[in-house]
Design a protein around this ligand. Structure first.
Ligand code: FES
Ligand code: FES
Length: 389
């Protein structure tokens, strides 16, 4: 047991909790904030969503102990929130709730959409809401309510609203991701340095972005040649399996296990390389058949010689998750996890390129343990919370 202290709805609260107590239980059982609803308790339905330091998180998979010193807002704490006042009125007007079980989580996500994506259209709203499930299937009203708030804010800001009030939702059908070749789209332009930089630095609406880097003790040209070998590169990613390869295009699957979440994304990717500037982009899309979540992402990488036998690989990952796993994409824990995976990927590359190792020893690179990585990331966070990191 430990004593934790944080702000809930503007009030300082403290209490004892077990290390494994999740935030949802702590709020409901210790502070009687029962507006936070618990549905699946596996991070899938979104009913338990609250704001943690102004970002929506799933309280059923957030340890209460991890919230030391944080600001938390539950559905009971939005009295002075102007956006939430508009959303509440719009949810009433558009009949955006039936039993109301999903509503606290829907409202938290809706507020985040309104504040973060002021130009969101219907397709974007649906995409962003895809991590919140409504068992009454009231999505039409929910989307209409959020759109009406966005339209009103755009009109108030002097911007001509894109959508006439009451326009049929069918005008902007939700398409989702496909993994057909066409879905991989036009590859980012890589020829000119400035163009590529501009493209990579422009964050895409609704996408998450994580940057990281690693260094390998080999010459630039050798690392560049290795990175062209897609089966070898896939061998450095735990859980990745290539099933087809044709030129620059590959198909395959990758298994991911992160705490309570496990998924297997089947998909396709295409690699474009710029030999002159030693940069490349792997652009892919895939689907997890278990949760029915969809993902699309670009992994851009840039090589830089640090010394004759030292090369830095800078990685710029931009991705979008849609479906029950959508809200995982923006949590700090996931960001730490991905950065750790990038570092471990770098160690695997160095190991695979080591000419002094046998094939069997090189292949050990793929046996990284995602469970160990997950707990390693958690441990790093715990050390940071207690000022030891
Ligand atoms: S109860 Fe937390 S996501 Fe379902
Ligand atoms: S209104 Fe009943 S679950 Fe959404």
């Amino acid at each position: 047991m430990q004593t934790i202290e944080f702000n809930v709805n503007g009030r300082r609260v403290s209490g004892a909790c077990a290390d494994r107590t999740h935030l949802g239980d702590f709020l409901r059982d210790t502070h009687r904030l029962t507006g936070t609803h618990l549905g699946c308790e596996h991070g899938v339905c979104g009913a338990c969503t609250v704001l943690l330091d102004d970002k929506p998180v799933r309280s059923c998979i957030t340890f209460a102990a991890a919230c030391q010193g944080a600001d938390i807002v539950t559905v009971e704490g939005y009295q002075d929130d102007a956006v939430m006042a508009d959303l509440r009125a719009a949810f009433n007007q558009h009949h955006a709730l039936q039993c109301g079980f999903c509503t606290p989580g829907m409202l938290a996500t809706a507020r985040d959409i309104v504040l973060r994506l002021p130009d969101a259209d219907d397709a974007t709203i649906r995409h962003e809401l895809s991590g919140n499930l409504c068992r009454c299937t009231g999505y039409m009203g929910i989307v209409a309510a959020i759109r009406s708030v966005l339209d009103a804010r755009r009109a108030a800001a002097g911007v001509i609203a894109r959508h006439a009030a009451g326009a049929a939702l069918a005008e902007a059908p939700f398409t989702g991701f496909a993994v057909a070749d066409e879905a991989l789209g036009t590859l980012p332009h890589l020829a000119a340095n400035t163009g590529a930089e501009a493209e990579r630095s422009a964050d895409r609406k609704g996408w998450s972005r994580i940057e990281g880097s690693f260094t390998v003790p080999y010459a630039l040209d050798a690392v560049w040649a290795f990175m062209a070998d897609l089966p070898a590169v896939a061998g450095c990613l735990p859980g990745a399996v290539l099933t087809e390869m044709e030129g620059e295009k590959v198909r395959g699957h990758i298994a991911i296990k992160f705490g309570p979440m496990s998924a297997r994304f089947d998909g396709a990717a295409r690699l474009q390389r710029d030999d002159a500037n030693k940069r490349g982009v792997l652009k892919g899309a895939g689907q997890d058949s278990l949760s029915n979540s969809k993902a699309a992402g670009d992994i851009a990488y840039q090589l830089k010689a640090l010394a004759a036998h030292d090369t830095e690989v800078a990685v710029d990952l931009q991705y979008s998750l849609q479906g029950p796993l959508a809200q995982f994409s923006r949590s700090g824990l996931v960001r730490d996890f991905v950065r750790r995976m990038i570092a471990d990927f770098g160690k695997s590359v160095a190991r695979r390129m080591d000419p002094t190792l046998s094939d069997a020893e090189r292949n050990q690179a793929v046996r990284l343990n995602p469970v160990a990585v997950f707990f390693g990331v958690l441990w790093e966070r715990v050390k940071r919370w207690f000022g030891a990191g």
